[in-house]
Design a protein around this ligand. Structure first.
Ligand code: ZN
Length: 217
């Protein structure tokens, strides 16, 4: 059912909306509630919500929070843990680098934009390459701190592949630093988490050398 319809049904049905949607009634409730909160914030700021340009803003922001930028709070959205047997017996490091990352700083609710680089050494199990992008995206779509995000990505892959040998480096700009406060447009923040074999300086060095490679495509 389309969301506008779900929302208007919830509004007209009050608390008697059990079974009104086979899809995601919980999410629609969240959206309706956040919509009221955003309305309150904008009105408190003195905005005129009857203006054409602003009247859709509360529901637009509420949908964006619940479905997009904080969609990773919904456990149903967690990427499925499908793995494959490592048939070709590739026993070296696999690196997936320059994974685009959009997250939100939980201290200011401003964007974090950057790149994640992930490596693992298979112990017999491999995951599809796009799975790593999806895991990054799932944990990024929450109010986050970069340190926690880095650790969550590593733990999830360790769990899926049943190996400690997973590492992640994230290099990201925090708009709360770049666009307000100290307004340092050039600074970025690097975090890393090295599991298992990646605690070994040589293995760690190999990974860090790969992510420095500037391949032209
Ligand atoms: Zn911040």
């Amino acid at each position: 059912m389309d969301l506008e319809k779900q929302l208007s049904e919830i509004e007209t049905m009050g608390n008697d909306h059990v079974g009104s949607s086979g899809d995601t009634p919980l999410r629609a409730e969240k959206i309706a509630s956040i919509k009221k909160d955003v309305t309150h914030i904008l009105e408190t700021l003195g905005m005129d919500l009857t203006d054409d340009s602003l009247k859709g803003t509360p529901s637009r922001v509420a949908k964006m929070f619940v479905q997009e930028i904080f969609g990773g709070l919904h456990p149903d959205r967690k990427p499925k843990a499908s793995t494959f047997e490592n048939k070709y017996k590739y026993g070296e490091m696999l690196v997936e680098k320059n994974i685009t990352l959009y997250s939100t700083c939980e201290h200011h609710l401003l964007p974090i934009v950057g790149k994640a680089h992930i490596a693992y050494v298979s112990n017999g199990t491999v995951v599809g390459l796009s799975k790593m992008n999806r895991i990054v995206d799932y944990y990024a779509k929450r109010p986050q701190v970069q340190e926690r995000l880095t650790i969550q990505i590593v733990r999830e892959l360790q769990e899926i592949m049943q190996t400690e040998d997973v590492a992640c480096v994230i290099d990201a700009k925090h708009l709360c630093v770049n666009s307000r406060g100290i307004r340092d447009i050039d600074s970025s923040t690097v975090t890393s988490e090295f599991g298992g074999k990646f605690k070994n300086p040589e293995t760690r060095r190999e990974f860090l050398d790969y992510i420095k490679l500037e391949t032209e495509f």
